[in-house]
Design a binder for this molecule. Structure first.
Ligand code: ADE
Length: 356
């Protein structure tokens, strides 16, 4: 559907038959619209579902029927009515906002969407929704649901939270606005995103826009919108010691908690300034005869990637040997059968190839 008014016309017609028409904050008669009520509902509906909001909205209005009542109340009374709804900064901002409207706008809710967007706790999408519902203003909304609808319908690739994709979606949302019925159109977009074009298992067969939907045509409904790109795993580096005496290697049992808990692994060297030979003598009771760095090995855990830098040290144990039980000298060919983490087993196989 290239023709923007056609997109809006289809949605407007659909909203009147299939959209939500009797939510407590909806007022379809222009004369009776109260921006205070609409603003309150839109703030409560940020990050909260309709069914959760309804009883809070009704209790709040019973206690604070208009903006003047809210502005005159102590903030603690507002917090009491908000308790349980979550995201409490919304309630503090709401109260702050009511006082600002009294002080700076003589108690009348501002009409200009750009002025509304400057008030505390009101971003551009919420400001546009308030202005569209309260005054019929022609301004675009772009919340998470609307982003999903637009990404699918127009086949917009890329993560919608990224700056360039978001910029494109704002431009698209503005280009689709109708010249009348802004309240119905805005509600239609919200309703379509919340009831039909939902994230999982969308009801495409019931969608009024299904014939022109790019995602549906190209069978990409489940790929769009693109998910947030995965952050690369943080990387940790550790130097591990392959202390080799003849064909025996020194392994150390790991403490029960933490990665590789209880398994036999390679000793790790501390990143200190102490020379390697001194650390090996002190911690493992061995004299180092030669040191050879081997190729590093990477291993992915769920939360990080470990890069092991192996140092092959040919050593001679001092007469007393290492005393603690957690240390074992195993023959390389026996070590392969021991309880080793996969990464250590891989390193030891590499070592067996180097040393034979
Ligand atoms: N979510 C945000 N605003 C809404 C509204 N006015 N109706 C239903 N859901 C919404």
């Amino acid at each position: 559907m290239e023709n923007p008014p056609a997109f809006a016309q289809v949605l407007i017609a659909w909203q009147q038959n299939h959209g939500r028409r009797d939510l407590p904050w909806q007022e379809w008669s222009q004369q009776r619209r109260d921006p205070y009520r609409i603003w309150l509902a839109e703030i409560m509906l940020q990050q909260t579902r309709v069914a959760t909001v309804i009883p809070y909205y009704e209790r709040f209005l019973a206690r604070f029927p208009d903006l003047a009542a809210l502005a005159a109340a102590p903030v603690d009374d507002v917090m009491v009515l908000w308790s349980g709804l979550g995201y409490y900064a919304r309630a503090r901002n709401l109260h702050h906002c009511a006082r600002r409207i009294v002080e700076e706008h003589g108690g009348a809710f501002p009409l200009d969407v750009d002025v509304i967007a400057q008030l505390p706790g009101i971003g551009p999408s919420t400001a546009a929704a308030i202005a569209a519902f309260a005054f019929g203003t022609r301004s675009a909304i772009l919340d998470g649901n609307v982003k999903r609808v637009l990404c699918r319908h127009f086949g917009v690739a890329g993560f919608p939270g990224s700056h360039p994709v978001e910029k494109r979606l704002w431009a698209l949302a503005r280009s689709l606005l109708p010249h009348q019925d802004m309240d119905i159109y805005t509600q239609a977009l919200m309703d379509l995103g919340a009831t039909v074009c939902v994230r999982k298992r969308p009801a495409c067969d019931c969608c009024p826009l299904r014939r022109e939907c790019v995602a549906r045509r190209e069978e990409r409904v489940h790929e769009l919108p693109a998910p947030r790109p995965k952050q690369p795993l943080p990387r940790r580096t550790t130097s591990v010691l392959l202390l080799l005496h003849g064909d025996r290697i020194l392994l150390e049992q790991r403490p029960p908690a933490g990665i590789w808990g209880g398994l036999l692994a390679l000793p790790e060297i501390e990143a200190t300034t102490a020379p390697l030979a001194a650390q090996v003598a002190e911690n493992y009771d061995c004299t180092v005869e030669s040191v050879e760095p081997l190729a590093p090995l990477r291993h992915a855990f769920t939360h990080f990637q470990l890069e092991m830098r192996p140092l092959l040290c040919r050593v001679v144990p001092a007469g007393s040997q290492v005393r603690e039980d957690r240390f074992r000298w195993l023959r390389l060919h026996e070590a392969d059968k021991a309880a080793l983490p996969a990464a250590v087993r891989k390193l030891l196989r590499q070592l067996a190839r180097v040393t034979v």
